[in-house]
Design a protein around this ligand. Sequence first.
Ligand code: AHR
Length: 515
Amino acid sequence: MLKKRLCALAALLSLSAATLAAEVKLVVKADQAGPVIHRNIYGQFAEHLGTGIYEGMWVGPESKIPNVRGWRKDVIGALKALHVPLVRWPGGCFADEYHWREGIGPRNKRPVKVNTNWGGVAENNAVGTHEFFDLAEQLGAEAYVNGNLGTGSPQEMAEWLEYMTAEGDSTLAQLRRKNGRDKPFRVHYFAVGNEAWGCGGNMRPDYYVDLYRQAATFFKTPPNNRPIFIASGGTGHQIEWTEAIAKRAKGVPVDAISHHAYTLPTSDWAKKGQAVNFPESEWVSTLANAQQIDAMIRENVAVLDKLDPSKKIGFYFDEWGSWYDPEPGSNPGFLVQRNTLRDALLSALHFNVFHEHAERVKMTNIAQMVNVLQAMILTTKDKMVLTPTYHAFAMYVPFQDATSLPATLEGNPVYKVDKFEMPTVSATAARGKDGKLYLGLVNAHAHDAQSLTVDIGKPVQAARGQLLTADKMDAQNELGKPAQVVPKAFEAKASNGQLKLTLPAKSVLVVALEP
Ligand code: AHR
């Protein structure tokens, strides 16, 4: 009997301990403005890869699928609603095999090549410079052009820049006009090569820096159309590319270094893990791996802080996102994967970290926009579906150009499954352009709701916004079926100025606070 009572008491004590541990507090320094969260942190990437551009976005002006000068109306309309601020093109690995002269002039006269990187399919160059800028202009987005260092030359890159930006009567400016564009294109960003450590030429960092210096010497654009020049950096936890570029790329413009960070459930490129039907351990491993982005930034920014103390060089990510085993039955070279609630949380975890490092991280591109890897939109012929990732991006729109605010979590429990663990809650806070204080919150726990008290140093009356969650970890939106992952309106009233939020299990919440 006594043993039974003791057991009951122990159970009660452990329950109250669990309840206490579950009480998380978010403290926001609402009067300490941090750096502005550049809207281009929400940039996108469109590569000549699979159906990412052809079919997914570009159908050609003759298509029966409604389009504007070849770009699908449905897909572009949905992307516009996301306020896509920036698009990177034409690659990725494709960029280092792309020759811009093959993508101008009458489309039926352009050469057909083999896309050796992605599935060995025919590349008819239908989308070239003019079509890309039309896409950017239809979206109201800035343009990021990735130059070809791998199989190109300084001359080819310099002439492409001249073709796009020259105002006078040079032969290249006249050629652009003959091809239908009178005024120069606005090139906001220009990168020299991509993944020079791999598909971009298997180079050593120092060798790349020499080539960068050589090429950048010849980049001449009108002063009002000077792109931000980007050196292609390393990947994951590497720091040697950042170090070599910051140390040795002198005498030429280097405005930023762009790093890559893909998240795999298993960290094993040979067997990455499935996009759907995964165990809870892979839910946690994926989200915990996603949070490595914070360490990657800290490690590289520490290098930059030593070599570039005046903080002239930005640290960007022109590719990030989830990468799973390809969808069974698809062409493995097309990088098709399903997109689930897990991807929505993965995105929000990245956003929260990017905001924290807004001082150096002023541009990132998720890989990729449509049909490839962690896409916003999946298309099948003339139909399309908005993914959970799309909704996470939409919910975080108020953070574009918002002013970051210091936010700390107290009593944040560890969420652990097998050997994988991570903090349960992730949070960000910012003052939006509309003057409102926004919170972006993630509860990564697959089963437990989490209560959170919010302290912003003054009373709060309510929080209103949108909540994204679903019953299953791998809930997804599929054509012909009711969407399982869509944001729902959320409202919480404060009591005596004290705001307490309940974050459902596996959820993303974005709210504006009402004073
Ligand atoms: O986004 C797909 C590919 O991933 C890119 O082409 C390349 O840069 C990276 O390895």
